[in-house]
Design a protein around this ligand. Structure first.
Ligand code: ATP
Ligand code: MG
Length: 324
């Protein structure tokens, strides 16, 4: 059976970008009987950038609650915590032996983080893609439902798999990204992508209609008419496309270039459309919040199941490397 691995950093509650770019794909593969699906909260990845201990403790649970609320089903998927499966860390060190420092330093994602946190350029940060390779290869996953921002990392994972197979005769598959329609959800600021760690950029799955309305209202716009669609207006129309359909988006774009559009109405309708999609997720979340023992059980069973598979891979790898 083919396998799937994906994860989300424990840096906050899930937002629309995580939902459309990653979780939607996770749900689709969970329902495909050809795949065995492994979905984790990437809590170890959280420590590669500055973080608060209490927040991490809270967020590693919040992400799981959001997963369950969005429809990840413990009957169909293994839902687990990365830090509870030591094999990820161990494999990551072994894999790092076929990766050059120069290669890691040249990744655009690394350079971005160096700019964002110049005082925090650590070995852990440099190792981020290697740990991600270990996450995926520990399960020999072929398919990885993640957003487009992760494509450079997946390229590294494929390279590591190739190199490792060449050097040690292992049989790691070269994983590919499972793409969704919302593979790139823009930031509400009109610049860059929606991110948990960028304040003012996101709408959480748990936001109320009022909060959504006030966030959408803040998307920077213009006088409503022009030749080129850019910045906040581009993001706004992008959201319309994602939540109200491509037809509506096309209609607005041509109106913008022709007689002009009125943002008040557009933003109101969009907010309603987003909330309608989130409401059932929020209702389901409340059920899990009210049943913490069930959530504990789901997590501990998921951790166990993940360990069974990952530890098997580690046995093979150590043997191939002359370490057992
Ligand atoms: P952080 O700012 O802490 O890095 P993030 O919002 O970028 O948080 P991640 O935990 O890094 O979220 O990514 C989790 C998953 O969500 C990944 O599959 C990633 O590709 C996807 N993702 C993140 N942001 C977006 C986005 N704006 N559009 C589509 N997919 C996204
Ligand atoms: Mg990220």
């Amino acid at each position: 059976m083919k396998r799937v691995l994906s994860g989300i950093r424990a840096t906050g509650r899930l937002h629309l970008g995580n939902y459309l770019g990653a979780v939607k794909g996770m749900l689709e593969l969970q329902d495909n009987e050809e795949y065995e699906t492994f979905y984790m909260v990437a809590d170890v990845h959280t420590i590669t950038t500055p973080y608060d201990v209490e927040e991490l403790r809270r967020n590693r649970r919040e992400v799981i609650l959001d997963y369950l609320a969005a429809g990840l089903d413990p009957e169909k998927s293994v839902i687990f915590q990365q830090s509870e499966v030591n094999e990820h860390l161990e494999l990551s060190f072994y894999l790092s032996s076929v990766v050059t420092v120069a290669k890691m330093q040249h990744l655009p994602t690394f350079k971005d983080k160096v700019k964002q946190f110049p005082e925090h350029v650590t070995m852990a940060l440099l190792n981020y893609p290697v740990l991600m390779a270990a996450d995926i290869l520990a399960y020999k996953a072929q398919s990885v439902p993640v957003g487009i921002d992760q494509e450079p990392h997946l390229e590294v994972v494929r390279e590591i798999a190739r190199r490792f197979n060449q050097d040690y005769g292992t049989n790691f598959p070269e994983p590919t990204r499972f793409k969704t329609q919302g593979e790139y959800v823009p930031s509400l600021t009109g610049e860059g992508k929606m991110s948990k760690s960028v304040e003012g950029s996101y709408i959480n799955l748990t936001d109320s209609l009022d909060v959504i309305k006030s966030k959408i209202a803040k998307i920077p716009t213009d006088e409503g008419r022009g030749e080129e669609i850019k910045g906040g207006v581009k993001s706004l129309f992008e959201f319309v496309g994602l939540f109200q359909g491509k037809e509506k988006k096309d209609e607005l774009e041509s109106k913008y270039k022709d007689e002009g559009v009125r943002y008040g109405e557009i933003k109101n309708e969009l907010s309603e459309a987003i909330y309608n999609e989130l409401k059932p997720i929020q209702e389901k979340r409340a059920e899990f919040e009210n049943n913490p023992e069930l959530v504990d059980k789901i997590i501990s069973e998921g951790n166990k199941k993940a360990r069974v598979v990952a530890s098997q891979t580690l046995i093979e790898v150590k043997k191939a490397m002359g370490l057992s």
